[in-house]
Design a protein around this ligand. Structure first.
Ligand SMILES: *Cc1c(COP(=O)(O)O)cnc(C)c1O
Length: 516
């Protein structure tokens, strides 16, 4: 057993040995198991090291320096052992990985992950079930179904709802728009797009969403062959939420021009401001004009966990379909997302059959197959197990408290930024996003956009604080996305101090002092 150390590649050496089948199997099993345990333990130690030693959200390495590290990598020649492998992957990746778990990381929509989900990941990849059919994932099929049912319940759907786990919000949004389009054509034009392709007037189909809706919707409209021209962007209110009266006007205007409204996408939690479109008003309009309503709750879905703030999602239960990203707001590792429909019969519209996988004549009540609900993936990871571990061990309530804490910290931060003469805040947030900028403290030739760009870049390459940015009305703004319940108002205060320091430095160097 001397050989089965960390550096063992025992399993791959086996075929060279001459043995009868029984012995071979035994040894193969033992050798594999030993290597497995050692490899997984060593990998877990790498993660522990990352968590223990990482003090800043980013190492600050420049792309050219990092790229140079790849110069001597020869993919044709494998490394001799796990030790060398971990050394290499540390140099190339781990030590420069962005640390989403640190409170000073408040840039993009990346949540810190909960440990039960990580334990599930070990099982998911090793057993490697594929969620397409019962014969590839028996218990996995029912775990996924229960979680979809549970999520539907949180939304407020009846037992008629259904859905499927997807690879992300962009995919879920695609399913929403695709169903909306195909449903419209089937119901009102008696035209089956799945079989026949677009009807002649498809170039007049219109989908309404706010100016702040996620850009995956544009990409999806292009993918679907409707083109970005199919998207009608509706103006927003002072918190960058869709203005319902502008929505109604836009629908009437498009109809008057001979175009064909088919769907509305409401955003529950905009990527830039974390605010929620008026769901109930939008649902009324959708009903009035007989339009499919899709709610993109990729970000705002976390409110489903909260007792305190759940009311902000009121009206989501009226949507025909919903996008949920557990990997944004349920503290789940990437990927973990879902697409839900209010009426499960609607999923039949997109069903395709393959003789080798899900033959048409099969009784799917008898022998279920999740593939029937998935249009964007066939082989599909058992991501649902992560959420299962999380709910069964931590429970909804604890996750809800995390969510509340994030929202409360964000509101305190908003008040702090608003009260300071150094900053301009654009909007308060229903969730955890704040868009603001540092203002020049002295009159005299300072380019505010360039200054804020400098602040962001300097903090990034110092690795001390990671914030995001966006543009509003052509102006550059800094953006906090707070998704970590461990980020406190004290951290925010420190981060604002760092921002002020870099802002002042910039001003000192670029300020044109008045002659005197
Ligand atoms: C992140 C996001 C998406 C896209 O989700 P992915 O999981 O990144 O594909 C869609 N909509 C909104 C509002 C988002 O914030």
């Amino acid at each position: 057993m001397e050989k089965q150390t960390l550096i063992s590649v025992y399993a791959t050496e086996l075929p060279e040995q001459e043995m009868d089948n029984t012995t071979c199997n035994d040894i193969f099993y033992e050798g594999t198991e030993t290597e497995y345990r050692l490899a997984i333990r060593a990998a877990a130690e790498q993660v522990s090291g990352f968590l223990k030693n990482t003090k800043k959200p980013f190492s600050g390495i420049r792309p050219a320096t990092l790229l140079a590290e790849f110069d001597n990598i020869d993919l044709e020649h494998p490394l001799p052992d796990y030790k060398s492998l971990f050394e290499e992957v540390n140099a190339l990746y781990i030590q420069h990985a962005t640390a989403f778990h640190l409170p000073e990381y408040i840039a993009h929509l990346n949540c810190p992950v909960v440990i039960p989900a990580l334990a599930a990941e070990v099982i998911i990849s090793a057993i490697n079930s594929s969620q397409d059919t019962y014969d590839q994932s028996a218990g996995g099929t029912f775990i996924e179904r229960r979680l979809i049912g549970w999520t539907g319940q949180q939304i407020g759907y009846s037992s008629q709802c259904d859905g499927v786990f997807t690879g992300g919000g962009s995919q879920s949004n695609l399913m929403g728009l695709l169903l909306a389009r195909d449903y419209y054509a089937l119901t009102y034009l008696k035209h089956n797009i799945k079989l026949q392709g677009h009807p002649a007037n498809a170039n007049r189909f219109r989908i309404f969403m706010s100016e702040k809706a996620h850009f995956s919707n544009q990409k999806n409209a292009s993918l679907m062959g409707l083109g970005e021209q199919a998207i009608v962007k509706v103006g927003t209110d002072n918190r960058f939420r869709m203005d319902a009266s502008l929505l109604e006007q836009a629908i009437l205007r498009e109809m008057a021009e001979g175009n064909i409204p088919i769907a509305i996408v409401a955003t529950a939690g905009t990527t830039d401001f974390g605010n929620i479109d008026p769901l109930q008003q939008i649902a009324c309009i959708a009903k009035e004009f007989k339009l499919w309503m899709h709610v993109d709750a990729a970000y705002g879905c976390g409110l489903l966990l909260s007792e305190k703030y759940r009311y902000l999602l009121n009206g989501i239960e009226l949507a025909d379909s919903v996008t949920i990203d557990y990997h944004k707001s349920f503290f789940q590792p990437i990927s973990s997302s879902a697409f839900l429909v209010k009426n499960k019969l609607h999923l039949n519209i997109i069903k395709h059959h393959a003789d080798y996988l899900n033959p048409k004549e099969q009784d799917y009540d008898e022998l279920p197959a999740q593939i029937n609900k998935s249009i964007t993936q066939s082989t599909r990871r058992f991501d649902a197990l992560k959420l299962w571990f999380t709910l069964r061990l931590l429970g909804k309530q604890k996750l809800g408290i995390y969510t509340d804490r994030i929202i409360d910290t964000t509101e305190q931060a908003a008040c702090m930024i608003e009260a300071s003469q150094h900053f301009e805040l654009l909007s308060h947030s229903d969730l955890g996003v704040l868009v603001f900028r540092y203002l020049p403290q002295h009159a005299g030739g300072i380019d505010t956009c360039a200054m804020n760009q400098y602040i962001k870049q300097t903090m990034f390459f110092n690795g001390e604080v990671l914030v995001a940015s966006t543009k509003v009305n052509g102006q550059f703004y800094l953006k906090f996305t707070i998704l970590n319940p461990l980020t406190t108002i004290q951290h925010i205060q420190n981060i604002l101090t760092v921002i002020k320091k870099h802002g002042k430095d910039y001003e000192l160097r670029h300020h044109m002092p008045a002659k005197g």
